[in-house]
Design a binder for this molecule. Structure first.
Ligand SMILES: C[S@@+](CC[C@H](N)C(=O)[O-])C[C@H]1O[C@@H](n2cnc3c(N)ncnc32)[C@H](O)[C@@H]1O
Length: 364
């Protein structure tokens, strides 16, 4: 339909829509006429269905203009009434700068970036990482170089990790809550629920159990010795695609006939989801550097997760590099890593020397 043509909406008058040209009158002219008419007409008292032209024997037709409707005489084009089109409610589009980021990548694997994780993530390609293994700051429990860590920070980082992970791949989030004014903060649960809300499946809630508590209970205590942290296993959009369950649990029924299947139970069964470690000293790391950091997780914990949820040659990202445990173990297990760590001191005095030892031993 050409611009000059106006479609008459005929529901009030005819069965079939009619297209007609407004002859000499332009839309602007019609509008102007309508404006004039508005001053003289008492529209409230007019029956819309029975418009009769005031200047000839024509009848009113409803026409649709760009932003208004008008009743116009079908013969002399005299505008009889007009009203504005109702404004359509704008659809609310959630433009999330992190989830919808147009990604580019100047990221190099096997590198630790000395910056906020949010900045590294923003340069990593969407759907490019096979696993995230990390442990965020636990509320305000430790003052890493005096840096703050807010709800906005962890939300941005969880969201960013979701974006860069391949669908069906896992993010392991090792976390605990601080006790403030007699109550655990519940931040870990908030993080888990937030992760679910943006598309992660909470595939499992695993427990990291230590052999003994950092603060053993005394006779004055009102709680039991705290020996657990959470290990949330999040999977992006769908169940994990790479799963190599560790089968090293001594099977108490070894040699017995299997109830459901033919054969006998083997010596080792698949692990349960409480994993026990003895952190501190050699229980955490095989080198002398890790203990310079306030909160490294044990290398064996990192190895168990990396073996469980990734394959050789894949890339594992740790947004909170800390002492560089993820990077070290990734290299030892023939994987690649990318880490972010905000503290230059940790990178210079812990992560780099630690990784140098591994690189020298592997000659890489
Ligand atoms: C719990 S530690 C991680 C320890 C690590 N899993 C390991 O085994 O070595 C958390 C680390 O995150 C760092 N950090 C805090 N906020 C950060 C951010 N926004 N981006 C990058 N690193 C951050 C802290 O400096 C700290 O070293």
């Amino acid at each position: 339909m050409s611009k000059k043509q106006i479609q008459i909406q005929t529901s009030l008058f005819d069965k079939e829509p009619v297209i007609f040209k407004p002859e000499k009158k332009s839309k602007t002219q019609i509008k102007e006429d309508v404006e004039t008419l508005l001053q003289t007409f008492d529209f409230d008292n007019i029956n819309e269905k029975n418009y009769k032209c005031t200047k000839c024997d024509g009848i009113g037709k409803k026409v649709i203009l760009t932003d208004m409707y008008a009743i116009i005489c079908n013969k002399c084009m005299q505008p009889l009434k007009h009203w504005n089109k109702p404004k359509k409610k704008a659809k609310k589009i959630i433009q999330d700068p992190i989830l919808n980021k147009i990604e580019y990548s100047d990221i190099t694997i096997d590198t630790t970036y000395n910056e906020k994780a949010q900045d590294t993530i923003s340069r990593i390609k969407k759907n490019s990482i096979q696993m995230v293994l990390t442990s965020p700051p636990y509320d305000g429990m430790r003052k890493y170089e005096g840096l703050s860590f807010t709800e906005d920070d962890w939300k941005d980082i969880i969201k960013g990790c979701y974006r860069i992970l391949q669908p069906g791949r896992v993010m392991v989030w090792v976390v605990d809550d601080e006790k403030v004014n007699g109550s655990k903060t519940g931040t870990s649960f908030k993080q888990a629920l937030y992760a679910i809300s943006i598309g992660f499946l909470l595939h499992d809630v695993m427990i990291y159990k230590t052999k003994s508590p950092s603060y053993p209970p005394t006779d004055d205590s009102n709680v039991y010795g705290d020996v657990i942290e959470y290990m949330f296993i999040f999977s992006k959009d769908e169940s994990p695609k790479v799963v190599n369950l560790l089968k090293d649990r001594i099977n108490l029924t070894a040699g017995n006939k299997n109830k459901s299947k033919a054969g006998v139970a083997g010596t080792y069964g698949i692990r349960f989801n409480i994993w026990e470690y003895s952190p501190g000293g050699s229980g955490t790391s095989s080198d002398k550097y890790a203990s310079k950091h306030d909160a490294p997780f044990p290398e064996t914990l990192a190895a168990d997760h990396i073996n469980s949820w990734s394959n050789e040659g894949e890339t594992i990202y740790d947004p909170f590099g800390g002492a560089g445990t993820t990077g070290k173990v990734a290299l030892l297990l023939k994987r690649h890593f990318i880490m972010s760590e905000i503290s230059t001191k940790y990178i210079d005095t812990i992560i780099n020397p630690r990784l140098d030892i591994v690189r020298n031993s592997l000659r890489i």
